[in-house]
Design a protein around this ligand. Structure first.
Ligand SMILES: [Zn+2]
Ligand SMILES: [Zn+2]
Length: 285
């Protein structure tokens, strides 16, 4: 235990790249968008397969106790970030971002001077959902923040793949990620039971959650929780009229295409626009 399953990661990367290439062919008007994500994914994958560290896992009993108390498993200090490699990755992603979005390009001055590691630590803490607390001030999301979040992702995924198998799904069922404490940005209704799994926006863990509850404010009033199915019923847009947030989902019982869950949030970008036009927000950060 402790290192990446290299074969599994190669296979996963192949599927993601294939799905992104297909999306790019099918949506020529979004070619730039998908090209940018292909570039970012390739950089993330290269970083992930180069991780040679071993994750210090929590003792099984401590892990179970944390799950029961609603505490995530991972701390920033456990991530095998090394200043030079991480700064290079974040800088390359920031440059790709600047090329993709000219509005952000102004932010690419002085990237070399940024203390990427400290920034990553701050973003890791900021992105943790504190249940029961007031919503934090919305963090400013400029080029540097987006880049550092994307650069952190392969390290979070690496840790999550090792921690998640030890988390008892039935004892968690919370609105935030059991591994890194992040918020979900996608959901999947699974094939066998139709149960709803949330997908972490940061480490891509999937965890079991209730069908009729808002993961952002815990609202269970079904008159204020609605969902809009897509015409083919493959996708759903869940909205909460209490906290005005939305969540995109795929119904795996209805999907006929080969689903690569890591790519689905990108394939459904039009749903984000539709929800935001109606005044709904994705999440806090
Ligand atoms: Zn997570
Ligand atoms: Zn809500």
């Amino acid at each position: 235990m402790g290192t990446v399953n290299a074969k599994g990661e190669e296979e996963r990367a192949r599927q993601v790249m294939e799905a992104l290439a297909q999306a790019r062919t099918q949506n020529p008007e979004l070619a730039d968008f998908y090209e940018f994500h292909q570039k970012v994914f390739r950089l993330q994958h290269e970083a992930k397969v180069q991780i040679a560290a071993t994750l210090e896992m929590l003792d099984q009993e401590v892990l179970r106790a944390r799950v029961r108390q609603g505490l995530p498993q991972l701390s920033f200090a456990q991530l095998p970030l090394e200043a030079k490699g991480f700064s290079r990755l974040a800088t390359e992603i920031a440059q790709a971002l600047g090329q993709y979005d000219p509005e952000l390009a102004a932010g690419t001055d002085g990237l070399e001077e940024i203390d990427w590691l400290s920034l990553a630590g701050r973003r890791f803490e900021q992105g943790m959902v504190n249940e029961g607390e007031e919503d934090p001030e919305e963090a400013e999301m400029g080029l540097v923040e987006v880049a550092v979040d994307l650069a952190l992702q392969p390290y979070l995924e690496w840790a999550a793949e090792q921690v998640m198998p030890h988390v008892d799904q039935e004892s968690w069922k919370r609105g935030c990620c059991p591994v890194c404490g992040g918020a979900p940005d996608f959901a999947a209704l699974v094939e066998e039971t139709g149960a709803r799994h949330l997908v972490c926006s940061r480490c891509r863990s999937q965890w079991l959650y209730k069908r009729l509850q808002c993961p952002f404010c815990n609202n269970t009033d079904h008159t204020k929780l609605l969902y809009y199915p897509s015409e083919d019923e493959v996708y759903r847009l869940y909205i909460c009229q209490d906290c005005k947030r939305y969540l995109k989902a795929i119904d795996l019982r209805q999907a006929t295409h080969r689903v690569v869950l890591a790519v689905e949030p990108l394939l459904t970008a039009a749903m984000d626009l539709a929800a935001q036009e109606q005044g709904y927000k994705a999440r806090d950060f």
